[in-house]
Design a protein around this ligand. Sequence first.
Ligand SMILES: *[C@@H]1O[C@H](CO)[C@@H](O)[C@H](O)[C@H]1NC(C)=O
Ligand SMILES: *[C@@H]1O[C@H](CO)[C@@H](O)[C@H](O)[C@H]1NC(C)=O
Ligand SMILES: *[C@@H]1O[C@H](CO)[C@@H](O)[C@H](O)[C@H]1NC(C)=O
Ligand SMILES: *[C@@H]1O[C@H](CO)[C@@H](O)[C@H](O)[C@H]1NC(C)=O
Ligand SMILES: *[C@@H]1O[C@H](CO)[C@@H](O)[C@H](O)[C@H]1NC(C)=O
Length: 711
Amino acid sequence: MAHGTMLLLLSLALALGPAVGFYGGSMMFTPGNRFPDGTVEMHFYYRESSRGPCGSQADWICESGSCGILTNTEPVVTDSAAENLWCQSEVYMATNVTSNGPFILSSSGCCWEDNVHGVGGWALRTHVDAGRRSDTHSPNRSPVSAAIPNIRIPQNCFQSIRLLAHDPDDDDVRCRFNDANCTGCHQHPNIHLQEELCTLRRENALDVGVHVFELILEDYAVSNITVTDVSGVSSVNNAVSDSSNPTALSQVPLQFAVEILPPSQGCVPGVNKPSFLTPTPLHGDVHHAAVGEAHEITLRAQISDSSIYDFQVSGPSNMSKTLTSESNGVLVATLTWTPQETDLYRRVPVCFAADTLHSQSEMRCIIVAVAKARVLSGDAKVICEDNSISIVVSKATMDGIDQNWLQLRDPTCSLTSNDTHILGTMSLNTCGTTMDDSGDFIVFKNEINSFENPNAVITRRNQVKFGFSCQYPKMAIVSNGYVNHKSDYIFTESSFGTFGYAFEIFTDSSFDSQVDPSLYPVQVQLMDQLYMGIEAHTALPEVTLFVESCRATPEDNPFSAVFYDIIKDGCVMDETVMVYPSVSTKYDFQIQAFKFTGGFDEVYISCSVILCAKDSLNSRCAQGCLGQAARRRRRDVSQETSRHYITQGPLRVARQARNAASNDGGFLHMSTSTGVFAGLFVVSIVVLVGILVYNARRTRSVDRMHLLSTF
Ligand SMILES: *[C@@H]1O[C@H](CO)[C@@H](O)[C@H](O)[C@H]1NC(C)=O
Ligand SMILES: *[C@@H]1O[C@H](CO)[C@@H](O)[C@H](O)[C@H]1NC(C)=O
Ligand SMILES: *[C@@H]1O[C@H](CO)[C@@H](O)[C@H](O)[C@H]1NC(C)=O
Ligand SMILES: *[C@@H]1O[C@H](CO)[C@@H](O)[C@H](O)[C@H]1NC(C)=O
Ligand SMILES: *[C@@H]1O[C@H](CO)[C@@H](O)[C@H](O)[C@H]1NC(C)=O
């Protein structure tokens, strides 16, 4: 049945269009060997998409500069559809160039696939400079991108397309329409191109039919560098942030067609269009592969209203694809690629999307980075717990890595070690851990990076950067109450090991029974007494907890512009606060309930906390309450931890007067949120958006006064 429809579509297409229509192309290049005579071998990889029979139509010629003699392989078909609906092939080219100034390779042809703007001819241009960069000591590597052969989106579902814009030299990549006169952008009045994110956004509906996009990717240095040619002449490339008119280090084309399909019944992922499931990689992920070892990428997608018949893939030559069906409309593709010696150090883009007859999933692109051998194969272990992620790396497999120069994404979190392993533990909300929605799971990611003494010119340590993640089913995240009540905060620092803080609200002044996590947000009445306690957990015997500051904010953000200081610089600021005597690792206090004026219903309490060695006389803990003047001092890292922020809440302050029929006058009124069970799935999505937004608007402006009413 489906096959019959495809045949019909195909014969229509053949009746209307030319036999071979150009569907776009992408180019990337990377330098290879430098020979004694000063020539550099440049490697080019060109992917071309077409409708109709496959094979490269591009014939690359030297447009300007000295390009050397370009040799190329025959095009290899990398992915194709039945009935020649679409096809992509890759061509590898190489040339030996003497690095005396930039050169341009170009290619052109007559025939874009029939499209709504009647664009006929296409032209691709690649700007290369084989000079030596002062920062990497080798020639520039181009930005890396790709696109699947045939992007298809129902008219009513088109919102945005995220393109891949990776740079092997960590340069800043910008995407632009092809030509300076912006002919391309006039062709797309209903599209906004976010140049820095390389994302196309819909401004108005697009007509049904094929739209062609002719973009270029440019890379800009993030710091001032020079590029030196073979005769020793240097040109300066100013940092993109310092220059109003920065020069691109290179330019590569990224052209593709977007086919706007007739409107579909709906755009719900998993229902009307395929939705990716784990373990499908996330857009922008970087995979590591080793020469001679098969690298596998698993794609899984699901749809309930129709069926997925294939995954379109843009990948390297020799990548194979096998499809298997699972129950409930799930289709799985296993992509396998074994990098050869010639692929060493390449950053290979792989893009994919799942197709049904009338819709397509989002397109995701990842990078596969090829190394000589896998550095950490099987020797790093990630342990995912309800509220924490631990990573254990064997020292034996990390030759030349110095654990004292490793940190997590948030540089206040470092790693610790025993004789054989490097260890780190963090909670889902600490140490720069980020959250992503992969479809059916929420993925928490962090990474281990090596860092350098910023004043050093050279290093004798190996550099590492590797990511790790834990994923949790969306349902579990919500039912664990992760999103409301904050569980323990866990950190790792080299001289203190792994330690954690529990920040809880208690029901009375005995500080024995904490409010049940499922009952957050905690309902309170103005003037009620609140009992809050912070407790540090650490394996070290002699430590002191110091609460340096606590502030109330109306949102889950310690740096909120609206705030009220409860404790500041170690000094109690609010006259209703009473601190209870306790052991050195605990801090229990009481405060009268209040709310923010100006329509805010919720209150979060954020405290900054430090752990110190107990006997240290110079530590921040020993100094206690400090006035403004005495605040600057040298930190002794072996005696105290970094300052960490921990938050609890929200407290929801009742608007109406106290209800006489309520319980014995205690402050807790549990919110039995109705409809939670029916709405679990939706709740998780809403919450996710909330937290992402929260990150995006996190600010540090804290100078604004705000009125506070205490009843
Ligand atoms: C570049 O020169 C080297 C050494 O002369 C040679 O082995 C190699 O094949 C050349 N590469 C190309 C693409 O011509
Ligand atoms: C851009 O416009 C100028 C002047 O209108 C013209 O000379 C130039 O050829 C145009 N360039 C392109 C790439 O169309
Ligand atoms: C880069 O060069 C520009 C212009 O010469 C200068 O203004 C800027 O301070 C430099 N930036 C750095 C980081 O050196
Ligand atoms: C593809 O694989 C074959 C056989 O393993 C090999 O001979 C060929 O060089 C490979 N092609 C590329 C482009 O890696
Ligand atoms: C170091 O810690 C790891 C992980 O907890 C453990 O497997 C290993 O046995 C420990 N090594 C030593 C020498 O204690």
